[in-house]
Design a protein around this ligand. Structure first.
Ligand code: KDG
Ligand code: MG
Length: 408
């Protein structure tokens, strides 16, 4: 069996999805997602210029060897652009494998460990009152876990994932008016004084049963994060996400030593080497890589297995930047993983998105039920794809009030 061709598509409804289709001499094809938010053309170019020409003629069933060929063969290892491109190839090869076996991927991993996988939604508000309304709506819709973000009084601009105007539910962060980022101004002191109390009010209002998550989005120093984690202990968060940048994995020790608040980290990681110490030293509770940036199912499954040895559960990234293809890869891993925790879920769910990526994965009452179709269980409609083109966009960047660049 041989790979005979592969194509890359960039575009989508209100998002620039990077979709890879690998075609074989036996008529079976596989799909992969190489979307790297706001840098979408780069993995697409890497695929087109270097990776696809190398894939032609290879046996698609040898997904492990092909992954090693990509990773080791590049000589310069890793990085989000390369790993997103390898990730798409790896997903497509698993898709082909599942179709050949006539089995959904979760069966190839070891079968189902649960009926449905709990997901979390994003509640957001320009202020706490708006946030409460947003949470109430998700509770009403049956979500069991909700990430909560709100504007901070006195903060000079909107902060992370929070709408600028009251009454707006907008929680997507990419601005498609161009590649020059908006600037958000951050003030740690105001955040530290306000947010723990706001989280306590949310817990009082919604009671003990709703899982409350909060994303600090890398804004705090390790000592500040330790203080914050300690202050919110009575709220019993499901998790505190990205409390501090984790390039220095040892920095997480300080937070751990001072608090029992669960910590989730990893959405910006792209390798097991970014999180192995965090996991082995049991400095975190949830690992958050995405199948795309992690380099696909093959390496992500290894991370899940390592995490399982250390009581670290999964909480894969699922921002709207991911296409339904990588989300499908994660739905299969979530159905299987013995150490599953939760799945972030923001698939746009619009008719346009469903027409572009038909699938039978379904979300009901805050749970995802994986499709039983062979492979990834998601398709890609090329005629629909022809309607869309690439639209450049950017996340904001963050500065302190004096102009110092900060962590977005
Ligand atoms: O591209 C960046 C977004 O994916 C990120 O800001 C979203 O923090 C995020 C989250 O938890 O979904
Ligand atoms: Mg996050």
């Amino acid at each position: 069996m041989k790979i005979t061709d592969a194509k890359v598509f960039v575009g989508g409804p209100k998002k620039n999805y990077v979709t890879l289709k690998i075609i074989t001499d036996q008529g079976v094809y596989g799909l992969g997602d190489a979307t790297l938010n706001n840098r979408e053309t780069l993995p697409a170019k890497y695929l087109q210029d270097f990776l696809i020409p190398n894939l032609i003629g290879m046996d698609p069933r040898n997904s492990e060897d092909i992954w090693q060929f990509l990773y080791r063969g590049a000589y310069f290892r890793g990085g989000p652009i390369a790993m997103a491109a390898y990730g798409a190839i790896d997903m497509a090869l698993w898709d082909i494998k599942g179709k050949l076996a006539n089995m959904p991927l979760y069966q190839l991993f070891g079968g189902k460990s649960r009926d449905g996988a709990m997901v979390y939604a994003h509640a957001t508000g320009a202020d706490l009152e708006d946030l409460m309304d947003s949470i109430a709506q998700y509770v009403e819709e049956g979500y069991k876990a909700i990430r909560v973000q709100c504007g901070i009084p006195g903060m000079p601009t909107a902060s992370y994932a929070v709408p600028e105007k009251k009454g707006s539910a907008q929680n997507y962060i990419t601005d498609y008016t161009g590649i020059r980022p908006k600037v958000e101004i951050w003030d740690t002191d105001k955040y530290m004084r306000y947010m723990p109390g706001a989280l306590a009010e949310i817990r009082d209002r919604f009671g003990p049963d709703v899982h409350i998550l909060h994303d600090v989005h890398h804004r705090l120093l390790p000592r500040e994060a330790a203080e914050f984690a300690k202050a919110v202990e009575p709220v019993r968060l499901f998790w505190m996400e990205d409390p501090t940048p984790a390039e220095n994995q040892d920095a997480l020790r300080l937070i751990r030593q001072h608090s029992t608040t669960p910590i989730a980290i990893g959405e910006v990681f792209n390798s097991i080497w970014d999180c192995n110490k965090l996991i082995e030293n049991e400095l975190i509770d949830f690992i958050r890589l995405a199948a795309t940036y992690a380099g696909g199912i093959t390496p992500l499954k290894r991370i899940v297995d390592l995490a399982g040895l250390h009581n670290v559960r999964t909480g894969f990234h699922g921002a709207p930047s991911h296409s339904p293809i990588s989300m499908a890869a994660q739905h299969h891993l979530n159905a299987w993983a013995p150490n599953f925790g939760v799945q972030e879920y923001l698939v746009l769910g619009t008719p346009e998105c469903d027409a572009l990526f038909p699938s039978e994965h379904r979300m009901e009452n805050g749970m995802v039920y994986v499709s039983d179709a062979p492979g990834l269980g998601v398709d890609f409609d090329e005629a629909e794809a022809a309607r869309y083109t690439y639209a450049p966009g950017s996340h904001p960047v963050v500065r302190l009030e004096d102009g110092t660049m900060w962590n977005y």
